[in-house]
Design a protein around this ligand. Structure first.
Ligand code: ADP
Length: 528
């Protein structure tokens, strides 16, 4: 349908609806911070304890298997942790077929994984070759399972809910490690599922393992099919955990925020008619509201709904074929947004051919391409700014802007007057332990900084003293591949009053390559 009238007011209106100004960012961050605190105080399906109490320091060693079940793919990895912050990984990847992602029964999915594991062991002749760290005959396996689980130990958990379009009702309330072990045992494989790892926890651990500035890694952030983050919290703040065992023994604990569900009651998240439509026709209406505005699974669909809305109102000159992916739910992948954004950054900007090909459209004009690019940019920018806002809430909660987490914990643990554990926990020795461990930490960091090679690949450009950095490991195709995603996240961090431009400069984000696989191996190491 040819464009009639002036399309600009309609397009401008949509762009405006997708804009989140600095005031909104502050409101959203405040709300997320409120939820973070609520999840520390009460059992909620977010702020989930991972039972990982320390982040690695790069000295961890051993050979481990890892299974990484993401929103789209299943990776099988063999990870050799070499003990000097480096590792070797061998891996295979298979896409999980839709009939296994949506199935009344759990067995088909877990047999699929066990079969892939068997092929991997056979292909690499691994059945008898690995020296297991515990002398056991079974190879320890860390299982990265990227769905919401309430854990009761490092190797046990209960699946609370599916997301990212998955739905296997029989698995709800069951332990993912036990379900996987069942299928592994049926195939008689010499493998022991010894750790349950969320992908964001894995990303944090693997970033800390490879980071040269020990103690600077605060969080792991995933922005791929789904979105989530894990961070290091002071144990004394985690009031939802029974006090008696863990808290006196460990200053810190890694929490899986499950931030995709933040503000599910929509108190502050921006909402457009496209968000409403996407939510209403999704498999889980009313849930995962942040995820539905941020993650790779949904950005393509938001773009599709916006395109259809504009197309029906004669904004474009282009004609969509009947079998255009615009006419099919989830027909547009979020890589389309990256594709046209990347086209714009090249000198001879011409996205028309890419648009014709991906959308099955004819007669795309430069004007159409310009409008589509603006729309894609706004959707991705909103996603990145909301992710920045959520990260900002974690940074504020960590109080890292005024010192490293271990110091804060040492101070807070000893100064809590009404802590129920006061009677069990001798105050003075704890304070001395904190001091000694800090001196030890600084000494270790000094030695470490003398011996460690710098790895440039995983770092942003801004460098400085380790004391100043707040290091964030990131993973996922969207954050990695959408041009300028990190820059938009940083823009949001600058907009947050408590962080501002000075605080934002101290945040270093870097890809945690092989985050989930290496992270799962590190968890398996922690469990042995
Ligand atoms: P997983 O989340 O399964 O571990 P990824 O991190 O690769 O896997 O994320 C896959 C998601 O990323 C899919 O939703 C896909 O649409 C999206 N994606 C893949 N490539 C790109 C890209 N170039 N730009 C934006 N999104 C992308």
């Amino acid at each position: 349908m040819p464009s009639h009238g002036n399309p600009q007011p309609l397009v401008q209106d949509i762009l405006q609806q997708l804009e989140i100004d600095p005031d909104d960012i502050c409101k959203v961050t405040k709300r997320f911070l409120q939820q973070i605190k609520e999840g520390l105080d009460h059992p909620r399906p977010w702020q989930l304890p991972s039972y990982v109490f320390h982040v690695p320091d790069g000295s961890e060693k051993g050979t481990f298997l890892a299974v990484d079940l993401g929103g789209t793919n299943c990776r099988i990895c063999l990870v050799d942790l070499l003990g000097n912050s480096t590792y070797n990984v061998t891996q295979t990847k298979q896409t999980v077929p839709e009939h296994l992602r949506i199935n009344p029964r759990y067995q088909p999915l877990f047999s699929f994984i066990a079969k892939a594991l068997r092929e991997f062991l056979d292909q690499h002749e691994l059945r008898h070759q690995i020296d297991c760290p515990t002398g056991s005959k079974r190879i320890p396996l860390g299982f990265t399972f990227s769905f919401t689980c309430e854990q009761t130990s490092i190797s046990k958990g209960t699946l609370i809910q599916w997301d990212k379009g998955w739905d296997i009702p029989e698995a709800l309330g069951k332990d993912p490690c036990a379900m996987l072990q069942e299928s592994i045992d049926e195939m008689d494989l010499p493998v022991l599922v010894s750790a349950l790892a969320n992908d964001s926890v894995g990303t944090l651990l693997s970033r800390a393992y490879t980071s040269q500035d020990q103690g600077s890694t605060l969080a792991g952030v995933i922005i791929g099919t789904g979105t989530n983050a894990a961070y290091l919290e002071r144990s004394c703040n985690v009031r939802r955990l029974p006090n008696t065992e863990t808290k006196p023994m460990h200053d810190t604990i890694v929490l899986n925020t499950e931030w995709g569900c933040f503000d599910d009651d929509l108190k502050v998240l921006p909402i457009t008619p496209y968000d409403r439509e996407l939510d209403a026709s999704s498999i889980n209406p009313g849930q995962q509201q942040l995820e539905k505005r941020v993650s790779g699974m949904y950005l393509g669909e938001l773009m599709r709904l916006v395109i259809l809305h504009c197309h029906e109102r004669g904004v474009f000159n282009m004609v969509l074929d009947v079998d255009s992916p615009c006419n099919c739910q989830y027909g547009i992948d979020s890589s389309f947004l990256s594709l046209i954004a990347r086209d714009r950054t090249t000198e001879s900007w011409d996205a028309t051919k890419d648009i014709e090909r991906v959308l099955s459209a004819r007669g795309v004009t430069p004007d159409d391409a310009r409008i589509l690019t603006q729309l894609a940019d706004s959707i991705a920018r909103r996603s990145a700014r909301l992710a920045g806002s959520a990260l900002g809430a974690i940074i504020i909660q960590s109080e890292r802007l005024s010192g490293p987490v271990s110091e804060k914990c040492a101070v807070e643990v000893t100064s809590l007057p009404n802590d129920q554990n006061d009677k069990q926990r001798p105050k003075q020795p704890k304070r001395i332990c904190g001091l000694l461990s800090r001196i030890g930490d600084y000494f270790k960091r000094f030695i470490y900084s003398l011996t460690k090679k710098r790895s440039v690949e995983n770092e942003s450009l801004d460098q400085g003293s380790e004391q100043n950095f707040i290091d964030i490991g990131v993973d996922g195709s969207l954050i990695e591949l959408y041009p300028g995603f990190e820059a938009h996240m940083r823009g949001a961090l600058r907009d947050i009053q408590e962080i501002g431009p000075e605080g934002e400069k101290r945040v270093r984000m870097g890809l945690a390559r092989d985050g989930s696989g290496v992270g799962a191996a590190l968890m398996a190491n922690a469990a042995t």
